[in-house]
Write a protein that binds this ligand. Structure first.
Ligand SMILES: *Cc1c(COP(=O)(O)O)cnc(C)c1O
Length: 436
């Protein structure tokens, strides 16, 4: 064996011959699937490139702006690039938007007024929105400002309950919120087409209702976005898909001009709107991250499908399953025991480029009713487009896995998780051999 042998470097990084061979075999079987992900990435890469060329992105866009940030060319051009890419009238893309929850909270509070009602037609929204809306009483919630909330549960099969949605629409309904990704729930994630059907159903009955989509984890998974099928606003985080791993902070809202303007007036101030907000030197990373995002998302998708197949063939239950179409980058794997969840997360942590030497432990977390273990060794704190995993220590003992800035790293992380399960005695080497 010579010094540049791949098998040898895997071994040096703690992956046994059996685990690597099983990984190679799994990858081989996924070739055709991966080719289709590459084709989507090709389309989306060119879509972003065209938006950058059309809007004449220039070197001057990367200049540092401080103070009020009037006439910040980089900021204004980037917002035009997002709007062109997502086919919307306008966009707000700012480092002052601190995270995805903030972007969603902003889009809601900017476009709802006292007496209005917010409708979630597809069950419970993402956990952190419960406090934004006031489902769980919270300081500054929409409920405190006199905005009421109504929710329609999904049908038994996890589909939209159209008759119940029709009944829930009323004259106070002002805004409908739809979450593309399942997040950490067990329902399926929605395809952009399904979201389009739901929006069409609502608009037929109430053309004036604003349809907002929480697009977190969904950007660039498909060739179209919810804004291509009727969504009035799409909202997301830059430390997930569209930041491409390079944006160090931020969120975006893209949609109808008037709605985006309302968001700007809420983020900065009435009368100031989009005119202020210095970009403080982060613009190059926003542009470059957005440019890379289609390829980064493609790698994360390959990782998710690879993980699904690796664990499904060893007898574990995985959501989505190994063959299902993908609508986001999240993969759930049910490991059936606390030891399984802990070993998986330790493996992911040990695969990281940053903090690989630390050992994650289950811990009590605000907002969770059980201990949670989290694995993340990211360049950007909390970034979940980077390889990361977390799992609550409670039945059914599932871990949620996502990200990977490159396919090769995602693959390595998953092999490392499997090796960790083997080393902990949760999975036997014989079982892996039987699958070779
Ligand atoms: C991550 C996420 C959010 C919240 O984003 P944060 O940046 O964690 O605040 C909201 N909705 C969905 C579906 C998400 O995945």
């Amino acid at each position: 064996m010579n010094k540049t042998d791949t098998q040898q470097i895997y071994e040096q990084l703690g992956i046994s011959g059996e685990v690597r061979a099983y990984g190679q075999k799994t990858e081989e079987r996924l070739k055709e699937r991966f080719r289709r992900f590459d084709e989507t990435a090709e389309y989306n890469q060119l879509k972003v490139l065209r938006a950058m060329q059309e809007n004449r992105v220039s070197e001057g866009c990367f200049n540092y702006a401080s103070g009020y940030g009037y006439n910040d060319l980089g900021r204004d051009t980037l917002e035009a690039v997002y709007a062109s890419t997502f086919h919307t009238e306008d966009a707000l893309v700012r480092p002052q938007i601190t995270c995805g929850t903030h972007a969603l909270s902003l889009a809601l509070s900017a476009n709802l007024r006292p007496g209005d009602e917010l409708l979630s037609p597809a069950g419970k929204p993402y956990d952190t929105l419960e406090e934004v809306i006031g489902i769980r009483p919270s300081r500054g919630s929409l409920a405190e400002y006199g905005v009421s909330y109504r929710q329609v549960e999904l049908s038994e099969e996890g589909r939209f309950d159209y008759p119940a949605i029709e009944r829930a629409l009323n004259k106070r309904t002002k805004l409908v919120t739809i979450q593309r990704s399942k997040g950490y729930q067990t329902r399926p994630s929605y395809s952009v087409e399904e979201i389009g059907e739901l929006i069409a159903f609502i608009k037929e009955r109430r053309p004036d209702v604003i349809c907002m989509v929480d697009n977190c984890y969904g950007e660039f998974v498909d060739r179209i976005e919810p804004s291509d099928v009727g969504a009035d606003m799409i909202v997301g985080s830059l430390i997930k898909n569209p930041g491409g791993g390079l944006a160090p902070v931020g969120g975006y809202i893209a949609g109808k001009r008037e709605l985006v303007e309302n968001c700007a007036c809420r983020l900065t101030s009435p009368g100031l709107g989009k005119e202020v907000g210095a970009s403080l030197g982060v613009m190059q990373s926003f542009y470059q991250g957005f440019f890379l995002a289609p390829v980064v998302v493609c790698g994360a998708l390959k990782g998710a499908v690879f993980a699904a197949n690796i664990y499904e063939n060893l007898g574990f239950s995985v959501i989505p399953d190994g063959a299902e179409p993908r609508h986001d980058i999240i993969q759930a794997v049910t490991l059936n025991s606390p030891e399984g969840v802990i070993a998986f997360c330790k493996g992911i942590q040990a695969a990281a480029p940053v903090d690989s030497y630390v050992t994650p432990e289950p811990w009590a977390m605000p907002g969770y009713d059980s201990d949670v273990i989290m694995a993340a060794g990211a360049f950007v704190q909390g970034s979940s487009i980077e390889l990361s995993a977390d799992g609550p220590i409670k039945p059914p003992y599932a871990v949620y896995f996502q990200g990977g800035l490159t396919w090769i790293h995602a693959k390595f992380g998953i092999l490392k998780s499997l090796q960790s399960l083997v080393d902990a005695g949760v999975i036997s080497v014989d079982k892996i051999r039987r699958n070779l």
